[in-house]
Design a protein around this ligand. Structure first.
Ligand SMILES: *[C@@H]1O[C@H](CO)[C@@H](O)[C@H](O)[C@H]1NC(C)=O
Ligand SMILES: *[C@@H]1O[C@H](CO)[C@@H](O)[C@H](O)[C@H]1NC(C)=O
Ligand SMILES: *[C@@H]1O[C@H](CO)[C@@H](O)[C@H](O)[C@H]1NC(C)=O
Length: 187
């Protein structure tokens, strides 16, 4: 996509450059071909720079999953969001609830949870063995809470939603999918 924009911009500049000089409209097929060859070699050079850049061009990862049933979580239990909606590159495992970063990069994660009526819940987003941000929806009626996080991850780092402290009730329904977890590689 970037390459296409680049070509368009360069073509525009080269045409404009010629239209403003005295030889208006005089550029030939031969000249266009010369510009094209130059561009092509430039693009090859850009493509060839940096192993990391090439790796990112090839790899994309994104997932979104929700919970189909309400649960009473055990102490420190990882929430297994079992209904997978998106799993590009298969880095999220519904059987464990864990997402594993396929490459080093910057990632976005989000989680929204709902509590059963008048019950409490506390969950944290974990990065490997580090507890990061939490959700603690209120304690009356049904409540929803959400977290949003951007994390710099190394290849193999694990990210998941885990129960914390004493609050352990999470709500969801297969007909409404109130509780969910998602993430993707930004770059
Ligand atoms: C414009 O045309 C001239 C001669 O026709 C050529 O030498 C020059 O390189 C062209 N400029 C661009 C920007 O392509
Ligand atoms: C996170 O855990 C994975 C798997 O156990 C390990 O490969 C990686 O080095 C850990 N990363 C950090 C930052 O501790
Ligand atoms: C919730 O997810 C289920 C699949 O588990 C789907 O059949 C249902 O349509 C979803 N509910 C809504 C309101 O979209």
């Amino acid at each position: 996509m970037n390459a296409v924009c680049f070509i368009v911009v360069v073509m525009f500049i080269s045409c404009y450059g010629n239209k403003t000089n005295s030889q208006k409209g005089s550029y030939t097929l031969k000249l266009e071909n010369a510009n094209y060859e130059e561009l092509r070699s430039m693009l090859w050079k850009i493509k060839g720079t940096g192993q990391g850049m090439r790796e990112h061009e090839e790899k994309f990862s994104a997932f979104a999953a929700s919970l189909t049933d309400p649960k009473t979580l055990g102490a420190g239990q990882i929430v297994k969001f079992n209904k997978v909606w998106t799993n590009i590159n298969n880095d999220y495992h519904p059987s464990t609830g864990v997402y594993t970063a396929p490459i080093a990069g910057v990632y976005q994660f989000a989680c929204t949870v709902m509590t059963p009526y008048s019950k409490t819940l506390r969950v944290f987003l974990w990065k490997n063995n580090t507890q990061t941000v939490a959700i603690y929806p209120g304690d009356s009626g049904h409540n929803m809470g959400t977290l949003n996080m951007i994390l710099e991850l190394k290849k193999g780092d694990k990210v998941y939603i885990r129960q914390g402290r004493g609050e352990k009730y999470i709500h969801s329904q297969s007909t409404s999918n109130f509780s969910m977890f998602s993430g993707y590689l930004i770059r």
